[in-house]
Design a protein around this ligand. Sequence first.
Ligand SMILES: CC(C)(COP(=O)(O)OP(=O)(O)OC[C@H]1O[C@@H](n2cnc3c(N)ncnc32)[C@H](O)[C@@H]1OP(=O)(O)O)[C@@H](O)C(=O)NCCC(=O)NCCS
Length: 156
Amino acid sequence: MSSVYEISTERERLDIALIHDFLSTSYWARGIPRAVVERCIQHSLCFGVYCGAEQVGFARVVTDFATMGYIADVFVVPTHRRRGLGKMLVRSILAHPDLQGLRRLTLATKDAHGLYAQFGFKPLEHPGNYMAIHRPDLYRKSRTQKTRLAKTVGRA
Ligand SMILES: CC(C)(COP(=O)(O)OP(=O)(O)OC[C@H]1O[C@@H](n2cnc3c(N)ncnc32)[C@H](O)[C@@H]1OP(=O)(O)O)[C@@H](O)C(=O)NCCC(=O)NCCS
């Protein structure tokens, strides 16, 4: 089934509108502005999945290409799911020549552990060693702020 699909890392080929549409309604990046999506694509190694000319999946890796990488924003559009494309994406990331020899490759997921486990990913051995600044409501806040700002400007 996956023979009709191809994966490309050509940034110019990406369908930014599709990626933004998906991410802005995802559980992890709800409300993300298009300009932010464009910026993170610009600074990541991006993987697009294509069915002919149509983009049907996406993932990106934030990396120094030497020691570490972080896999983010993995998705397959609903109509093309359960055909092996999620696995094809992860396989392509792990096989990419510029991502060989990294000491650490990480990702975060709410419920797709079973996908990544097939490729050797495991829960953090020492989660207490990791720290993060996480602002899950950042884009919602900024929308509210924008609305408030618009109202304030409207009143002036
Ligand atoms: C997760 C996702 C990319 C998988 O894509 P897919 O093309 O349907 O996946 P595949 O057909 O390659 O199969 C995935 C395998 O992982 C397993 N799996 C485990 N948890 C899963 C989950 N939460 N969602 C999908 N598959 C999951 C499937 O059962 C399947 O196992 P199999 O090898 O026994 O068939 C897709 O469901 C998706 O876009 N989901 C919404 C976005 C999302 O949650 N992304 C992950 C963020 S980390």
